[in-house]
Each structure stands twice: as structure tokens, then as C-alpha cells.
Design a protein around this ligand. Structure first.
Ligand code: HEC
Ligand code: HEC
Length: 284
């Protein structure tokens, strides 16, 4: 038989396990009150705020609160605060923006943000590029490195189908006209321009280059910005400088596409990005 507590008689639940009985004490009052309060608070919350998930969205709550609206309000506030600077970015001559202390630093910071969001996936977060995607830090420019040129490139893109005014040129795939041997000779000729791959210029190579390539890359191989034809005499290569890559470039040609950003970014954002890129060190 279970022992009864000696001091005072406490009700038990009536269960008995091998003689062990369970007291039936009331819940502590503070605990009970807290529980009821949280239930009341919970009901109030569900009425006031978005809470119960529905198929699309959730019950809105009588206060009409939404975190999206809160973020939008923050964005509107920042936009309103920046509006005079944005207007100045659009008013000033592009080349004068960087020289204006307040507008210049606003544009460079804004341009950096635009770059990280929209450009870094191709050009690299530090703008140093990758094979096929030009380095924007150096002073080697396919299409021109003045802030106006950069602005034009960003606005209309390069070989972009989305923009009728896009910068356009197309190197022919010489594999269709020339023999493998001739292409190899040209790869050597191109290497000889900058003294790579242990190559030397040959008479055949010089002739082939003059006939087929000089109209775009210039007789001396220094390229032509009107056509976005790279300088082949420097150490900077968009697609690579080893013999295999050169043979492939000449035989199959390349068609680097850069999206057009006018219409996708505001004019002010494009101007800020131009000033930012121009400020990276290679700007002309
Ligand atoms: C989808 C990839 C891609 C994205 C995104 C992209 N670019 Fe480009 N960009 C390219 C390619 C490829 C080229 C080189 C095209 C060529 O071969 O002529 C280029 C070229 C450029 C050039 C010309 C460089 C020169 O030497 O003349 C500038 C300037 C430039 N990009 C800026 C930007 C900016 C600013 C953004 C973001 C708003 C951006 N790019 C986003 C792919 C991209
Ligand atoms: C119609 C103009 C045109 C002609 C002709 C032309 N090219 Fe090009 N070439 C270009 C353009 C434009 C590019 C850049 C393509 C791109 O960025 O997508 C280029 C790129 C190259 C590259 C890559 C350079 C790098 O930095 O990676 C090499 C190499 C090259 N050309 C060699 C030649 C040779 C050799 C010939 C002659 C057999 C030739 N090209 C003829 C326009 C031309």
C-alpha cells in the first residue's frame, strides 16, 4: 500500500503504479496566467497582423502592415533624399561628373552598386574580367575608354539583339575560306606581333594578314575601335593567346555579346556606372 504524505492530505489522481501514486496539484497560478495572456496576445496578433497562410499569401490583418510595404517606404525615402543628386548626374556633362565633389562621389558609389548587381557576373566583382569578358580596369579598350564611349557601350550594348543601335561588328570565321595551314601561319603571325609562343613573322604570314585581317585589325595589328577589333600587339587577350586558342579564334571567330542596358537601367544608373568604370584606372 502507498504511503500517504504525512504533513497534509493531498488529492491524488487515483493512478497507482506499483504503489507509486501521483499527486493532483493545481498548476501554479503565475504559469496559468502567463498561458492565458499568451493565448489572448496570439488571438490579437492574428487579428492585427498578416498571420494565417492561405493558398496565395496570408490573411492581411486589420492594421494592413506588410514588411514589403515597409521596405518600399524605406526605398522611397532614400530615392526622395537622392533625387537632387540623381538630377545633377543627369544634368552635368558626363566628363564633368567625377570632378564635382558631391555628385562625383555619389555617382561612383551608385555606379559601384549598379556594377555589383548587373555587371559583375560577367566582368567579375573586381571588374578584372574573364576569358571572353573584357577586363575593365586596364587601359586597353575594344570600343573606346572615354567616359562617353563607355556610356555608349553600356547603353546600346555590343552585338545585342535587344538594341537596334547596338555596337556591331563580326569577324568572319576564316576556317571557311582558308586552309588549316594558312590559319596556323596566321596564328604565328599574330603571335609574332607581341613576341609570344616563340613565333616569328613570315612573308606568307604578313601577306595573309594584310589580305585578310588588316581591314579590321589595322596593317600593324593594333586594332580598330570603330569595329571593336582588338589590338593584337599587346599582352592583353580577350580569348587567350596560346596557339590552340589563336587557331580556334581565327578559324571559328568570336561573337562576344554584351547586353544593352538602356531601358533596363535608368539613364542616371547608366551614367553612374560609366563614371564608376571610367574611374577604375583605365579611363581615358
Ligand atoms: C552577359 C555578360 C555581360 C554582362 C552582364 C555585362 N557585360 Fe559588359 N561586356 C560583355 C562582353 C562579352 C563584352 C565584350 C564584347 C566584345 O567582345 O566586344 C563586354 C564589354 C563591355 C565594355 C566595353 C569594354 C571595352 O574594352 O571597350 C564595357 C564598358 C562594359 N562591358 C561594361 C559593362 C557594364 C557597366 C555592365 C553592367 C551594367 C556590363 N558590362 C554587363 C559581357 C557582359
Ligand atoms: C570584319 C573585321 C575583322 C576581320 C576581317 C578580322 N577580325 Fe579578328 N576580330 C574582329 C573582332 C570584332 C574581334 C573581337 C570579337 C569579339 O570580341 O567577339 C576579333 C578578335 C580577334 C582575335 C582575338 C583577340 C583576343 O584578344 O583574344 C584574334 C586573335 C583575331 N581577331 C585575329 C584575326 C586574324 C588573324 C584575322 C585575319 C585572318 C582577323 N582577325 C580578321 C574583327 C575582325
Amino acid at each position: 500500500m502507498a504511503k500517504k504524505p504525512e504533513k497534509k492530505q493531498v488529492e491524488t489522481t487515483g493512478h497507482s503504479w506499483d504503489g507509486i501514486e501521483e499527486y493532483n496539484n493545481p498548476l501554479p497560478r503565475w504559469w496559468l496566467i502567463t498561458t492565458y495572456l499568451t493565448i489572448i496576445w496570439g488571438i490579437g496578433y492574428v487579428i492585427a497582423y498578416p498571420a494565417i497562410p492561405l493558398i496565395n499569401g496570408a490573411t492581411p490583418g486589420v492594421l494592413g502592415y506588410s514588411s514589403r510595404a515597409e521596405v518600399q517606404a524605406d526605398i522611397d525615402e532614400v530615392n526622395a533624399r537622392n533625387a537632387p543628386l540623381v538630377a545633377r548626374v543627369n544634368e552635368l556633362e558626363l566628363a564633368a561628373i567625377a570632378g564635382d565633389e558631391e555628385v562625383g562621389s555619389f555617382a561612383i558609389n551608385g555606379g559601384r552598386a549598379v556594377f555589383q548587381t548587373f555587371c559583375s557576373q560577367c566582368h567579375g566583382s573586381g571588374a578584372a574580367g574573364a576569358p571572353g569578358y573584357p577586363n575593365l580596369l586596364d587601359n586597353d579598350w575594344l570600343w573606346g575608354g572615354s567616359v562617353e564611349d563607355i556610356h555608349e557601350t553600356i547603353s546600346v550594348g555590343i552585338r545585342s539583339e535587344a538594341n537596334l543601335d547596338t555596337r556591331f561588328s563580326q569577324m568572319p570565321a576564316f576556317g571557311e575560306f582558308l586552309s588549316k595551314e594558312e590559319i596556323g601561319t596566321l596564328a604565328q603571325e599574330v603571335s609574332a606581333f607581341s613576341g609570344i609562343n616563340g613565333a616569328e613573322s613570315t612573308e606568307d604570314g604578313a601577306l595573309l594578314f594584310a589580305d585578310n585581317c588588316s581591314s579590321c585589325h589595322a596593317v600593324d595589328g593594333t586594332g580598330d575601335r570603330f569595329q571593336g577589333a582588338p589590338n593584337l600587339t599587346d599582352a592583353i587577350w580577350l580569348y587567350g593567346s596560346d596557339m590552340a586558342t589563336l587557331n580556334e579564334t581565327i578559324s571559328e571567330a568570336r561573337f562576344g555579346v554584351m547586353p544593352a542596358w538602356s531601358g533596363r537601367l535608368s539613364e542616371s544608373q547608366i551614367r553612374q556606372a560609366s563614371v564608376y568604370i571610367h574611374s577604375l584606372g583605365g579611363g581615358e
